[in-house]
Design a binder for this molecule. Structure first.
Ligand SMILES: Nc1ncnc2c1ncn2[C@@H]1O[C@H](COP(=O)(O)OP(=O)(O)O)[C@@H](O)[C@H]1O
Ligand SMILES: [Mg+2]
Length: 239
């Protein structure tokens, strides 16, 4: 459904992404692994319309969405769950969700909100509380819920487990699996490679802006280029 082809992203002289190609499939989790600075976030931002690529294309069901404005990309059904969650702390949980669903007509909105509450009951329990008072894991659920309010077909997730305790990491990633199982295509960057592999279908490893491995999750664990990509060169030095 979402097809990224030969993507190049630059910041001045820095070539952050150099020819990345990957696919996102309905109902599947594609995990992106790579060391710090490998170009993972830049790839997601380009797909979301936030960082226009200098070359390459992003297609949704064959339609070119490469140079659409970010809000139009959301309307097409591709939504970014940003790094660091970015919930609006002073606003209530309900208000945060409303911001995610601003494009939906009233009836669709109510139905979607009911589904989000079903998947994340804490967001119903805490509807009138300030988002900033939620725990890190709860804020991540709010970030997921807010994204779901736009009724996405594809979700781009940048390090959803960052800064969370190990037990919370597992429950967040279980939710990612649940969202995929509902039919959404997911492209997820995750530093927590082991936990990420547990819920992933496909794995793409990126090093210095280039894809160094692409395959099914089960094959990724033992693949040297994957280890190198997410542990960094230093981890394999001397081996
Ligand atoms: N806004 C920016 N301006 C300049 N350089 C950037 C910017 N964002 C990222 N970079 C650089 O681009 C490269 C890739 O960054 P990024 O995509 O954030 O990597 P990752 O998410 O894999 O850690 C890094 O060298 C980073 O320093
Ligand atoms: Mg990043």
């Amino acid at each position: 459904m979402l097809e990224i082809k030969d993507l190049h992203v630059r910041y001045g002289k820095i070539e952050a992404v150099r020819g990345v190609s990957l696919d996102v499939t309905p109902g599947k989790v594609t995990l992106v692994l790579g060391a710090n600075g490998a170009g993972k976030s830049s790839t997601l931002k380009a797909a979301a319309g936030l960082e226009p690529p200098v070359r390459g294309s992003v297609r949704l069901d064959g339609d070119d969405i490469t140079r659409l404005a970010p809000h139009k990309v959301v309307r097409r059904g591709v939504v970014l769950v940003p790094e660091g969650r970015r919930v609006f702390s002073p606003l209530t949980v309900a208000e945060n969700l409303r911001l995610g669903g601003y494009t939906a007509p009233k009836q669709a909105y109510d139905e979607t909100l009911a589904r989000v509450h079903e998947m994340f009951p804490i967001l119903a329990d805490r509807a009138n509380g300030a988002a900033g008072l939620l725990s890190g894991g709860e804020q991540q659920m709010l970030a997921f819920g807010r994204a779901l309010m736009s009724q996405p077909r594809v979700m781009l997730m940048d390090e959803p487990s960052m800064g969370l305790a190990p037990v919370v990491v597992d429950s967040i990633l279980a939710k990612v699996r649940e969202m995929a199982d509902s039919g959404i295509g997911i492209l997820m960057v995750e530093q927590n490679a082991d936990a990420g592999l547990d819920v992933a279908d496909h794995v793409v490893a990126i090093a210095r802006g280039e894809v160094v491995f692409s395959g099914v999750a089960g094959d990724a664990r033992s693949h040297a280029s994957v280890l190198r990509a997410f542990l960094g060169e230093a981890a394999l030095a001397g081996q």
